[in-house]
Design a protein around this ligand. Structure first.
Ligand code: GSH
Length: 205
């Protein structure tokens, strides 16, 4: 097997590197500096025509959606470790949290980052910032209520924590961590103590 990830620190490729370490898989990780304009270079567009990160290859099979990639790795190469299958009572929760990390909450966190730090100041729009703060807070309130006294979203650690945990990381690094409730903040600190997280987040070009 030849599993290759082009990794840009702090971007969604972090989910893939992190899952690789959690699952004990040997990924060939090529780490590059994150420079947004470079993602639109012809050389990179040949790898990922969307001009986004991540891009991952299993041999000549290409994948570009971070949450799909981590589930692929777990099911194809790790006997479904850190997942839940249809016979499991948590199957619905598993699917929901996996999607929530990108489809449910990802958009609002991306908007929030855009209109607080990523876009040049003259392009930031105040109402978009307010809207994204409100929607992100709504998502965070949901996490706060659902995490309850559990260590992780499904009780023990799963891919769901990689899907959702990455967004909590983005909120922290963009100084929006104050939007998290206490339980969510403690949950994120638990995530940060994991060896696989430490290995993945330490990757540098
Ligand atoms: N749904 C995709 C989102 C990919 C995505 O938006 N990646 C961001 C980095 S975290 C990116 O490449 N941004 C660069 C740009 O949009 O120019 C996934 O989860 O992989």
């Amino acid at each position: 097997m030849s599993l290759k990830l082009i990794h840009f620190p702090m971007t969604r490729s972090l989910r893939v590197a992190w899952a690789g370490y959690e699952l004990g898989l040997e990924l060939d990780i090529e780490t590059r500096p994150f420079d947004r304009p470079k993602l639109k270079d012809p050389e990179y567009l040949k790898l990922n025509p969307l001009g986004k990160t991540p891009v991952f290859f299993d041999g000549d099979k290409r994948m570009v959606e971070s949450v799909a990639i981590i589930e692929y790795l777990a099911n194809k190469y790790a006997d479904g470790a850190l997942t839940r299958n249809v016979s499991h009572t948590d199957y619905g929760d598993y699917l929901q949290w996996m999607q929530f990390g990108e489809a449910g909450m990802g958009l609002y966190v991306s908007m929030l980052m855009g209109h607080t730090v990523l876009l040049p100041e003259e392009q930031r729009i105040e109402v978009m910032k307010i809207w994204s703060i409100n929607e992100t807070t709504n998502c965070l309130n949901f996490i706060e209520a659902e995490i309850g006294d559990k260590d992780y979203l499904l009780g023990d650690f799963s891919l769901c924590d990689i899907s959702v945990g990455y967004l909590l990381f983005l909120l922290k690094v963009t100084r929006n961590g104050n939007l998290m409730g206490e339980k969510t903040s403690n949950y994120f600190n638990r995530i940060r103590e994991r060896d696989a997280w430490k290995q993945a987040s330490a990757l540098q070009p």
